[in-house]
Design a protein around this ligand. Sequence first.
Ligand SMILES: NC(=O)c1ccc[n+]([C@@H]2O[C@H](COP(=O)([O-])OP(=O)(O)OC[C@H]3O[C@@H](n4cnc5c(N)ncnc54)[C@H](O)[C@@H]3O)[C@@H](O)[C@H]2O)c1
Length: 243
Amino acid sequence: MSKGTAVVTGAANGIGQAYAQRLAADGFDIAVADVVDAAATRALVEAAGRRFFSAIVDVTSPASTLQFATDVSANMAPVVALVNNAGIYPWKSFEDTDYETWRKVMGVNLDGAFLMCKAFVPGMVARRHGRVVNVASTTFWLNAPEMTAYIASKGGVIGLTRALASEIGASGVTANAIAPGLTNTKSMRGVNEEIYEYLPKQQAIPRVIEPQDLVGVVSFLCSSDSAFVTGQTIVADGGQVRV
Ligand SMILES: NC(=O)c1ccc[n+]([C@@H]2O[C@H](COP(=O)([O-])OP(=O)(O)OC[C@H]3O[C@@H](n4cnc5c(N)ncnc54)[C@H](O)[C@@H]3O)[C@@H](O)[C@H]2O)c1
């Protein structure tokens, strides 16, 4: 039997796809919002025997996110989990970060999480059942140059998580964040290949993090076992930072 629908943004690729696959294995039907086609994720979710829905959604658009909520509600079981994973990470010095880049990063990473919460949290609160998981980053605690807009946006994600948890806790809906360390994805390798040579060596567990290393945290935060955990950020970075 389905546990209900888990919405995962940016799950056409990378870590989000691994979250979707794991949540399907956990018994959730999956709805994916991404700017690109999620056919590969559909195959993984359906192979796990769960229902799948996706749409081309730009998480920076209030209209697009609200339409997605309407479409998910028309096609799928009620949404019980929302994983705000869509994110971008242009590698740019502060000097080279113009306002347009800053706004773009804030738009996807922070506004996107806010807008998806606006679209899905009211339904969870009304049903008094739900889990929000926002995706932050371990860079928030690191000396990581050339990521000003990114780190600022992920700090915002942690703030959004904490504040939202306070407002929805009485309804039994939780809001938490996962902060992954540098993880092996095509996109991240595309922006900075050299970092994979030295950063993993600084972790307590000194190897490259794979998306599969992260999925258990999201599984827990979407489960009934985490019912009394809210407003928290769980760092999953092989023990590089201690918060
Ligand atoms: N890879 C890492 O090392 C790492 C480390 C820490 C945190 N993270 C975070 O994990 C998340 C996923 O990272 P990834 O490496 O898997 O990235 P990825 O590029 O592989 O996947 C991101 C997905 O988001 C989608 N997306 C981008 N803009 C969007 C928009 N406006 N609306 C909807 N979807 C959009 C992309 O199409 C893509 O499918 C991001 O939030 C990232 O900041 C990644």
